[in-house]
Design a protein around this ligand. Structure first.
Ligand SMILES: Cc1cc2nc3c(=O)[nH]c(=O)nc-3n(C[C@H](O)[C@H](O)[C@H](O)COP(=O)(O)OP(=O)(O)OC[C@H]3O[C@@H](n4cnc5c(N)ncnc54)[C@H](O)[C@@H]3O)c2cc1C
Ligand code: SF4
Length: 338
């Protein structure tokens, strides 16, 4: 690990100006970086993947809103420094939005969830093995160096949203639930506060996989907000992985359903472990709209969801696995007792 300095400001204005004073690079490559729980950042500093010269520690921020969970009848707001386990344990959220609770409960380990924050979770970087091992070429870590995964062992890699520069999956779980919930992100930076749709936060790799998000180096995530309705209690996150605990998803599906009997009024679907970004499956949603939710319609929607999938040497199995995961998640959500 390289030497670095550590600052712990008490206001977000000070935090922003510390970053601004040092550089204005893209958030994930800047020399000065924010740190919250540190579970992703320090891991990647030890591996030499992240090489910040300065860490701006957000844990000193005094504004209570950063640590608050607010539940109203129409909206939930999560401060960015709320720990994953606090949301997971929230009794009202467990009742109102099982998809959110499940996505957290199935992530990492309880020890990590006690330490890791909501803001840090959604900005965690990929677990692509070649990205994590600095002796390999990797366009995301070292732009222009090539992508070792394209011809290498790519069993874990993406079948949706990849490019000829990068096929790394987005590895987190919570983000799929947030995409399906139409969440909004609030950020605070040198140019003030702004809000953006969560679905616009993560960027497809294209030719610049090193630019992973649409937030700037000086912008702090302050909160996540999403509208809620009673029908959203019919929601699930299904995660398929190599072992039953402490593993990232090979395939996952967040499903939120509004049903009139068995007829679909609205279906919201997001896929994980299969794509380069948290993946909203809008074509599959449209395929289900107004139809009875049965095995046949679910299988058709799942086929549509993977119509543009691109298999690589070792990950072709993910297309069938992704379809089966989606069908199972849809049917289990339909059959929930709420
Ligand atoms: C062994 C292991 C297994 C794991 N398994 C899973 C899993 O199954 N599913 C899953 O979803 N995750 C998993 N994780 C990842 C874990 O959930 C993340 O490391 C964690 O959520 C990151 O949160 P943090 O607060 O520690 O972030 P940090 O490490 O502090 O930061 C991560 C990134 O976010 C930035 N950042 C943090 N907060 C803010 C903010 N408010 N504004 C702007 N930028 C910010 C940092 O600059 C950094 O780039 C696993 C991690 C480990 C080590
Ligand atoms: S898939 Fe992306 S992260 Fe992995 S080696 Fe290729 S460029 Fe790097």
């Amino acid at each position: 690990m390289l030497p670095f300095t550590h600052a712990k400001p008490s206001t977000s204005e000070d935090a922003v100006s510390l970053v601004l004073g040092s550089d204005r690079g893209q958030a994930t490559r800047a020399r000065t970086q924010f740190v919250a729980g540190g579970t992703n950042m320090t891991d990647y500093m030890k591996l030499g993947v992240a090489r910040p010269g300065q860490l701006v520690d957000l844990n000193g921020l005094e504004d209570g809103a950063f640590r608050q969970i607010k539940v109203s009848p129409s909206e939930i707001r999560l401060g960015a420094l709320v720990h994953m386990s606090e949301v997971e344990d929230h009794p009202e959220i467990q009742k109102l939005l099982p998809v959110l609770t499940d996505s957290l409960r199935l992530a990492a380990s309880r020890q990590i969830r006690n330490m890791a924050t909501i803001g840090g979770n959604i900005l965690q970087r990929t677990r692509c093995e070649y990205f994590r091992e600095t002796s390999w070429p990797c366009n995301k870590r070292n732009p222009g160096s090539g992508c070792a995964a394209l011809e290498g062992f790519n069993r874990q890699h993406a079948v949706l949203g990849g490019s000829s520069s990068c096929i790394a999956t987005y590895h987190g779980d919570l983000a799929q639930a947030l995409v399906a919930l139409d969440a909004t992100v609030e950020v605070h930076g040198a140019r003030g506060r702004r809000r953006l749709a969560f679905a616009d936060l993560h960027r497809l790799p294209g030719e610049t996989p090193e630019i992973e998000t649409t937030i700037r180096a000086d912008e702090i995530i302050t909160s996540l907000t999403f509208p809620i309705a009673p029908w959203m209690a019919r929601s699930t996150y299904l995660k398929i992985r190599d072992r039953q605990s402490y593993a990232f998803a090979l395939a996952s599906a967040a499903v939120v359903l509004d049903l009139d009997g068995t007829i679909v009024r609205e279906a919201r679907i997001a896929l994980g472990g299969l794509a380069t970004v948290p993946w909203r499956a809008r074509e599959a949603e449209a395929e289900l709209q107004g139809k009875p939710l049965d095995e046949e319609t679910c299988a058709r929607a799942a086929k549509v969801a993977f119509a543009d999938a691109t298999p690589r040497k070792d990950n072709g199995f993910k297309i069938a696995l992704g379809r089966q995961t989606l069908v199972r998640a849809l049917l289990e959500t339909r059959d929930m007792r709420i």
